[in-house]
Design a protein. Sequence first.
Lengths: 317, 305
Amino acid sequence: MTALLEIEQLQVSFGSTAAVRGASLSVARGETHCLVGESGCGKSVTALSVMNLLAPNARRSAKRLAFEGQDLLGLSDSGMANLRGNAMAMIFQEPMTSLNPAYTVGSQMTEVLRRHKRASQRAATDRAADLLARVGITAPGLRLGQFPHQLSGGLRQRVMIAMALMCEPRLLIADEPTTALDVTVQAQILRLLSRLQRDLGLGMLLITHDLGIVARVAHRVSVMYAGEVVESAPTAELFANPRHPYTQGLLRCVPVPGRIKRDEPLGSIPGTVPRIAPGFAGCAFRERCAFADESCSSAIPRHRPSAAHDFLCRLPA
Amino acid sequence: MLQFFVRRLIVALLVAATVMTLAFVLTRLSGDLAISIAGPNATQADVDAVRRAYGLDRPLLVQFFDWVGRALTGDLGQSYFFKTPVSALIAERMPVTLTLGLTGLVIALAVSLPLGILAAVRENTAIDRLVQVVALLGQAMPSFWLGLLLMIVFGLQLGWLPISGTGSWDNYVMPGVVLAFSAIPALTRLTRAGMIQSMASDYIRTARAKGLSRASILLKHALRNAAIPVVAITAVQLGFMLGGSIVIEQVFALHGVGFLAWESIGKNDFPVVQAVVLVLAVIYVALTMLADLMNAVLDPRLRAS
């Protein structure tokens, strides 16, 4: 059976800046796939490429980009629009600004169902109310008539989630959905997403830079660095046996109760993400890597220590 | 919402009071009214008679409060020249000016909204630049000059439209276009800027992520938010247009309030001048309030505060 979402050798550039450089990953049906990495590594751009929501000046190419086996690269704008909000939906990092301030919650939720399923207003309103209740919003009837500015950030993100689920999508892309929220609300939203994913059998591509989130919800993790997926593995495997030096560095930055001692300094990765000039070859992490040598500036092999685990490094598997 | 409206009403009343004062003071600043009314060949006795007859011998403050008191009851005084109540004169001329102003406004909106949206959607392309150049030209052309130009081409050479008069609808086409031209640049630029800002916002990305049609994204989601500043400026522009109609009505011999003001300035008919200034100012203030109300309708966040 084909994967729900297949991305192979995705390249995205803005002018002469390469944002994504040959990233590959796939999301299976009903799987939560976490995409992690620091700011600017190309996580969001990868997600927006799937939805074809990149800025007009972006150039996107790939060896393969497919949803349920259907090629997305050759798909027309209207064909893509028929999928968006329908079979694949997306929620964003900024709940405060992602809803239109001029329309009620109800109006914004129902229009997506009316657009894709030709539902009546009444049926759409009923479904919207059901979904609001399902994402844990009390008094859905009241909320439907309210405007976004009358809701808190956490409520707005719940509305965004409910809206994304209106047409029963198979794939939900969540781009740092909890980053802008209070810590207590973050945990609630995360639990909600995780429960919905399980109950509805959603394939979910969850973008985050928070490894705590990864540990709790992900079935599989892909680590991105400077526009490439440098390591991908099932969650337990990745945490137990990280192979790429960058993944190892990331994991050392996270305090794990019981594993680290009090007053012992946390790990950190020296340096910053380099600017990748056109024609760059070799490993982008080499400047910051303790294991780097001159062979790191030539082509890097991809190793597969097991069928489900691969990483991009000159170090042997 | 009610509180918001009451606050605006108080401000509006203050503005109206200020304008009344200014209108009164400015007409007095133009020289001794009694001398100008009596004419160049009048003797001192004539001037004194005029001064007494029109109550100009009274202290300024008394004259002012007398005028204000009457104006509040709707009595704007008698025209010295027409010998009829000023309010009747204005009421008779107002339909012409309002028709002209609304014609101009409708033309201006019909041109600038599509142009602004087009320029925004094609931002930084040749189309965008062309729209901006057209807007700039509109800004740079004096309206009386454009009016004369249109008259020569469409009135005299082509003979499509009448060049003067108030008789039928086609009298309003050319003056309406000229008046619209003064508002088109600002409205186009504002629509363009609003649409560009709106199109770059997160909620438009959400609308696209929902797979909505391009028309729905542009006209429902983006324009609704871009329209908020445009509505405010439209009201102000209509005010300017009513003021600008003083020149346009003169050029096209439309006998509206602007024409009346022009005539009355020439004839030192200062009760009429004062009243026209007051009436136009009150309309202007009312339009601004209307804009605030419409903004509150368009932007739910304003309704709350």
